[in-house]
Write a protein that binds this ligand. Structure first.
Ligand code: SF4
Length: 363
């Protein structure tokens, strides 16, 4: 955004309100703005006063997303990179817990805070270190690549980490003809399809008795939903100005139907490119609803289809009010332990290795 973009100048409440209205986000009503402007104003004031980095994932609701500067917004990989650069004592992570853990692993000396430590993720919650150890026993010597949507204990068991933006590249950089990929079953199958035999992907349930996980949001998109959306919203296949975007975590048959598939940032960048070329009229994104809400604001010339019955309940736990509570606690010097991400030194020292390996292979 930014509501906080006026450098080194604390905005008045009226200026904050005016700036939120000027964003013209179609999902923000005047009632939303009037109710929440005080909290936004106070958070921005304290953010500046205490020099706090506020990282915002693309799936945050627009008022929360807007608490982060442009360079503090993004997907898991972008935020991991941003977390390394900060000199701030505090990092407030507006995303889910595994993301805040990644920031902590990369910044062990900083205090990483999250508005709700119960904000999980079906991928991270349903697959852990124990299952990885089982897979390694069943496939000795095969390198293990783990999706960043996992907890620190699980990452600590693996050779390399990946995101949806870099999985294909990193898979090909790993030694040998085989690679274990965990925990996302649809992502694994999509990766296998993209690699097209260049590397054998072993994943939970494939030739072994381990059970994997899926994203409870992206799995909801079915092929019949996608086809009926194409018909009702007029995004016909191969139309030059209308695009159906699909996230890697969707089912393989849904990916096959896409005009473009990729990570959240890759989808956003493709939209930006087409808008710049003046060629994008309509778009539908098979992903979390608030991603579309934020893109509607950034690209007002595009008509976006929405599917806001499909929200991530974990992401939705990170509310403006809960974030506000952290800022007031920092201001008054209160105990921050209810929001603090803590990990043992041993887990940090093991989990940082696959993340650093990913970062070294990403560019
Ligand atoms: S959208 Fe899916 S992958 Fe992302 S946090 Fe929610 S459950 Fe996890």
């Amino acid at each position: 955004m930014s509501t906080s973009s006026k450098e080194m100048q604390i905005l008045t409440l009226a200026e904050v309100k005016a700036e939120i209205y000027s964003r013209k986000n179609p999902t923000l009503t005047p009632v939303d703005i009037e109710i929440h402007a005080n909290a936004v104003h106070r958070i921005l004031e304290l953010k500046q006063k205490h020099d706090i980095v506020v990282l915002g994932h693309n799936y945050m609701e627009p008022l929360v997303f807007g608490l982060s500067e442009k360079d503090e917004q993004g997907d898991s990989l972008a935020l991991s990179m941003r977390a390394i650069k900060t000199n701030s004592q505090y990092i407030i992570f507006n995303g889910v817990r595994f993301m805040a853990e990644t920031a902590k692993i990369l910044n062990p000396d900083k205090m990483v805070l999250i508005a709700d430590r119960q904000s999980g993720c079906s991928l991270a919650d349903d697959f852990g270190a124990e299952q990885i150890r089982e897979l390694k026993l069943q496939h000795p010597g095969v390198p293990v690549m783990i999706y960043i949507n996992s907890y620190a204990e699980a990452k600590a068991e693996c050779d390399v980490c990946c995101t949806s933006a870099n999985a294909e590249k990193i898979a090909m950089e790993m030694p040998g003809d085989e690679l274990i990929f965990v925990p996302d079953l649809f992502f694994a199958q999509n990766l296998e399809n993209v690699l097209n035999g260049k590397k054998k992907i072993i994943y939970p349930g494939k030739g072994n008795n381990t059970k994997g996980a899926v994203c409870e949001v992206h799995e909801k998109f079915t092929i019949s939903d996608i086809i009926s959306m194409r018909n009702s919203f007029g995004i016909t296949k191969s139309h030059p100005n209308r695009m159906l975007y699909v996230h890697w975590e969707c089912k393989p048959e849904v990916l096959q139907e896409a005009d473009y598939y990729g990570s959240t940032t890759q989808i956003r960048n493709d939209i930006a490119y087409r808008v710049e070329q003046g060629t994008l009229e309509k778009a539908f994104i098979a992903s979390e609803c608030e991603l579309t809400s934020n893109l509607m604001e950034e690209f007002p010339t595009v008509e976006f289809g929405t599917a806001c019955s499909i929200r991530c309940n974990h992401m939705a736990k990170i509310s403006l009010d809960k974030i506000h509570n952290i800022f007031e606690a920092i201001e008054s010097g209160d105990d921050l332990s209810p929001w603090e991400i803590t990990l043992s030194d041993e887990i940090i020292s093991k989990a940082v290795k696959p993340i650093e390996k990913m970062l070294s292979l990403s560019y």
